[in-house]
Design a protein around this ligand. Sequence first.
Ligand code: HEC
Length: 453
Amino acid sequence: MRLTSLGLLCAGIAAAANTPGKVTYHKDVLPILQKNCQTCHRPGEAAPMSFLTYKDTRPWAKAIKTAVLSKKMPPWFADPAHGKFQNERRLSEAELQTVARWVDSGAPEGDAKQAPPPLAFQEGWNIQPDVVFEMPNAYEVPASGTVEYTYIVIPTGFTKDTWITAAEVRPGDRSVVHHVIASVRPPGSPYLRNVKPGVPFVPVTHERDANGAAIRRNVQAPSADLQRASQAADGAAVVATEFLVGYAPGLQEQRYDLAVPGAGKMIPAGSDIILQMHYTTSGKAASDKTKIGLTLAKEQPKYRYLTLSAAATRLEIPANEGNYESNASVTFKEDAKLVWLMPHMHVRGKDFLYKAVYPTGETQTLLDVPKYDFNWQLGYDTSAPIPMPKGTRIDCKAHHDNSRNNPYNPNPNVTVKWGDQTWEEMMIGWFAVVVDANVNPRNVINRASRGGE
Ligand code: HEC
């Protein structure tokens, strides 16, 4: 008889596991939303609706189930087989089931006492800025047409080398700001040197065909500036400019001491901040005044956070080519620790892979993005710094799809080369390393790239 009662007991436990209690918003769903969704789904951020409260979330319950089950949300493109990332947003199988069960049972609210404490978000800024720079004049974005990439030089006025631990871009009007790239231009850099501070400058305009594809470049900047511009784009001229922080869907503030406490980014005395603004017209005229905020280091950092890149700038993607391969590599000349990765391509971008080849000959896939999506510029913060001993090589391999099978392809019948605009292409493997604070940033890497195979 003992056996039977044991059997009954087991059956009882199994039944309890299979018929769990009611799944509610406060107890079960809110923790998932906090961890994976609220960075974007709250007022003032990238997503169009807020998931901070039950009242705001409830109307979206069905859409939430669809979006998470189809893996459309949260946006995350790293193949989980490779690399571990601190900012990973991905629901486990159990969490997916929780969301599905909650929605299927009518999306009940439950008891607010069971809710986790709300996350502490700041109004507006996500960082605590000590210094804020704003575009001196508003940029007037027309209702329609194409606005060429516009550069705005903002002097920092820093009289001494300034170390920062975080930076963030806050667009003035998100409806027209597609992306912003903020770079640091140290004094003496020839990059865009003749551009007046505060005055919007367009280095290149284009003539376009009926599809909007660029057919001719009209260069407005002196050639030395442009040469520097393209070098800066492929990162060769770390010293001409250094990537500071960007804004784009999915890309948020940067915290330079996230992976390695005591690390910071250095802005040399007398530097300017250069904003590359990509405005898109929305059908309604708009006015934008973007800001950038910096958090100053409280003490002298021991380590320097350097943003570098490997890039294939000589791309030449043939018309109708569905799987164009390009490669770019860098080799470390100093010991460094890898902390961040951000692949960048445009609408023909298909996949992107970073691999480390160590001096021992061992290799490691650092990040594999099998399905690149231009709509999301995601940066991947490594969960722990990855040592890149001197002599280690990072190989980036990417593919572009210039065929008609690519639904985002504006024109499969043209050869596509490197360029700023989305109908031109890029292949940049951005990454950041932390090095000893005294290392000369010029001496950290060597580069090599191939446009295609
Ligand atoms: C990196 C920012 C970001 C994160 C994180 C994020 N979202 Fe979104 N979400 C957006 C943006 C932007 C949109 C609107 C554009 C779009 O639909 O692509 C959106 C749209 C949606 C929509 C509407 C989808 C549709 O088909 O119209 C749902 C539902 C949604 N998100 C749910 C979620 C849930 C649930 C999570 C977390 C599990 C999440 N999102 C995480 C940025 C984000």
